[in-house]
Design a protein around this ligand. Structure first.
Ligand SMILES: [Mg+2]
Length: 252
């Protein structure tokens, strides 16, 4: 059976703090030589991943904005809801709740909010299936707002300082797109938003997070190291067990 690796980015393939990923390179060589695709599955935007993926030499399909869409060559398969529809839903709620979204401000404000550089902020703002909001109303109002979003068939996700509004999906749902390709899927992630993806895979791998956080998940493999080192540790173990040949490239 063919194999496919589906991976979260931040804290999994990329180091949580400095975004480094050197530790995974020997495994990526091994995957290239064995023709095993690496499908990145991220909450980031398409523009954010495209800016990065050249460094990985990656040409495989990818999943963006928390399971909202798969880009596979010329094909786009949408599992979420278009941003235009999300904004149409949000607009009438402005009279009832106080919030400011990415679509209400320019890039300079997004830089202030996120601390990103200009180009990164532009890529982060290039959203197609979600709208991040800065909540400016009471927690009670937030709860009421989240209920209304849910009743409309959309959903909210709390991430750092933003309340994201997006179509009802998760990182696991798009995996069914690959099912008729008859591949066995190994998935790796580090946070609760990765759980649905780990559960939808044939082999789920929890990458240890820095600090005290432990992702509750049953029946998953677990790395002892964090981030890309944990990724390389677990992929090496799994590939050795499956007798995937070692890379012939010398990375030392
Ligand atoms: Mg992560």
């Amino acid at each position: 059976m063919k194999l496919m690796v589906v991976s979260d980015l931040d804290g999994t393939l990329l180091d949580h703090d400095d975004y480094s990923y050197e530790a995974v390179l020997p495994v990526l060589d091994r995957m290239d030589e064995a023709a095993i695709p690496l499908v990145v599955n991220t909450s980031k935007t398409r523009a954010e991943w495209l800016a990065m993926r050249r460094d990985f030499g990656n040409v495989d399909p990818y999943i963006v904005e928390n399971g909202s869409a798969i880009y596979d060559g010329e094909k786009v398969e949408v599992f979420g809801v278009s941003r235009a529809d999300i904004l149409d839903f949000l607009n009438p709620l402005r009279s009832k709740f106080k919030f400011t979204g990415y679509s209400d401000v320019g890039v300079p404000e997004i830089i202030k909010w996120t601390g990103l550089g200009r180009q990164s902020a532009e890529r982060s703002a290039d959203r197609h299936f979600s709208e991040p909001l800065v909540w400016q109303d009471t927690p009670e109002k937030e709860e009421e707002f989240c209920k209304m979003v849910k009743a409309s068939g959309l959903m909210t996700l709390r991430g750092g300082r933003f309340l994201h509004v997006l179509g009802e999906t998760d990182k696991g749902r798009p995996l069914k797109y690959f099912r008729d390709q008859k591949v066995a899927i190994i998935a790796l992630g580090d946070r609760p938003n990765d759980l649905a993806m780990l559960e939808a895979a044939d082999i789920g791998v929890v990458i240890k997070a820095p600090g005290d956080f432990v992702l509750e998940a049953e029946g998953m493999l677990r790395s002892t190291e964090t981030g890309p080192r944990g990724w390389a540790e677990m992929m090496t173990q799994i590939f050795d067990q499956l007798q995937i040949p070692q890379s012939t490239t010398n990375n030392g």
